[in-house]
Design a protein around this ligand. Sequence first.
Ligand code: AHG
Ligand code: MN
Ligand code: MN
Length: 346
Amino acid sequence: MLKNVRTGSSTLAGFILAEQRHFPTATGDLSLILEQIAFAAKIISWEVNKAGIANIVGATHSSNVHGETQQKLDVFANTKMITALDHLGLLCGMASEEAEGIIPIPDKYPKGKYIIVFDPLDGSSNIDVNVNIGTIFAMFKKPSGTVGEAVPQDFLQCGRSLVAAGYIVYGSSTMLVYTTGRGVNGFTLDPSVGEFILSHPDMTIPETGHIYSVNEANFSKWDSITQAYVEELKNNTETPYIARYIGSLVADFHRNLLKGGVFLYPADTKNPKGKLRLMYEAIPLAYICEQAGGRAIDGKRDILDIIPDAIHQRTPLIIGSKRDVERYLQITEDNRAEKKKGSKKT
Ligand code: AHG
Ligand code: MN
Ligand code: MN
């Protein structure tokens, strides 16, 4: 698919344009939105890089809709995403982790056919300690037959309807990874020219990995299936696993996408519905993961099959290498069969 593209010689803008040609009815709207996200990402990246020296680290005095203390960079990233996108005339509504309701397109701008959801800064508790953070986004089309400003119901689409998803990880370099449903491609920001350059064409996740990523301090709060699954990974003598957990979903996912492995944030007694957000964390990464050959589930269903009830809905998430995720399903199935057998005996 990417045979004619030379790594290191294609800018993101050039790549997006080339990709657009594969969609004969494309208007260029989606391409422009992606380029504007890349523009916001460059500004956020710059601010993240100087977080240690500028007076930007530390908490603000406000809380977001989840009652969490917002970091200054959360607010900054949220504003940059909104102002990069709201005036294009291509979107009909936005939703962000940092805003309670949907973010309307100001009256003075025309409305377009796309809806965007984003987590402007993921892993923000890591800002003050100089650890990787990121931005996650996903785009839908407004449901057919509806016009003008999007209403909350328009956002509640299942992940199979996505038209694009991606993330930016602000790490030792800044990388943008995205898909429009034709494979996954990664671009590294070259700070000397301020351009994202194709560095990881056609990304695929190994079918099975050797890394597991989970906040194991929650072990006693998990159900017996999750406990059995993690125990099995730890004691797998055939494929010895190592543990890696950053605490920034986007960075943990990115590592596992490149190297293979599984990330899980299961439900626990403290977060019975899971901690991560379905619409702007789980769904975008699930779409990317499936496009790269991996799988993402909530423990029972594929994340992309879930129809959200609310913009800020939470979900358990098990995501990564296909076989590793499917092993979780197998343990669940074995457990169910065992219980059934037991109840027949009594
Ligand atoms: P956010 O900074 O957007 O609120 O997300 C934080 C999330 C996610 O990035 C990470 O995987 C998870 O919280 C870490 O949670 P724990 O500290 O409970 O492990
Ligand atoms: Mn997040
Ligand atoms: Mn966030």
